[in-house]
Design a protein around this ligand. Structure first.
Ligand code: DQA
Length: 176
């Protein structure tokens, strides 16, 4: 698997796969994080876990085994709604195979992100680190504007939610 980070995501170690290296991967998935998800591992680890995005390649490798070689992950994080929409439009232009999206709080508020997902025609899996449905003290988190434009939702498994999202996307693409 090839995994590289296009944007302001901090890695604890250098990316072993420079973006310039040609890849034989069959599919490119864009893994996107919205606002306040640029410091995973540091932000409220009791809710969001202690692992960062740098854990994702290993989790995907463990889940997909040799199939991981078919997947190239492009990771992106932005705090602004517009930057996220720009990146989704770029994914469409690049003919990416699909998107794994943790839109953070925009999940619960953003008609603009929902409108974008509605037209770009890319399969998208909505993911969350926490189980948003179980956060009973904050019922707003149970509402998703983007979910109706996604092929499915994975929530509550920390960083493993993203790896499961990648697996689900691969499964979806290959069965359709
Ligand atoms: C989150 C859940 C959202 O409600 C919250 O605003 C986040 C993170 C999650 O991954 O659990 O920023 O998307």
């Amino acid at each position: 698997m090839v995994c590289f980070f296009r944007a302001p995501v901090k890695l604890n170690r250098p990316d072993p796969h420079p973006a310039t290296r040609p890849t034989m991967a069959k599919y490119t998935f864009v893994v996107m994080n919205g606002p306040n998800l640029g410091h995973l591992g540091e932000r409220q680890p009791d809710i969001y876990g202690s692992r960062g995005m740098d854990a994702l390649p290993g989790l995907v490798q463990a889940l997909l085994g040799p199939r991981a070689a078919d997947v190239r992950l492009e990771c992106f994080q932005a705090n602004g709604e517009g930057a996220l929409i720009d990146r989704l439009e770029q994914a469409r232009a690049d003919k990416a195979s699909g998107v794994v999206l943790n839109a953070g709080a925009y999940t619960h508020t953003s008609l603009a992100l929902a409108d974008c997902l509605a037209w770009i025609g890319l399969p998208c899996v909505e993911v969350h680190l926490s189980n948003v449905l179980a956060r009973a003290d904050e019922p707003l988190r149970r509402k998703s504007f983007i979910g109706r434009h996604c092929i499915g939702v994975v929530a509550g498994f920390g960083m493993t939610s993203y790896a499961l999202g990648v697996q689900a996307l691969l499964h979806h693409i290959e069965k359709t």
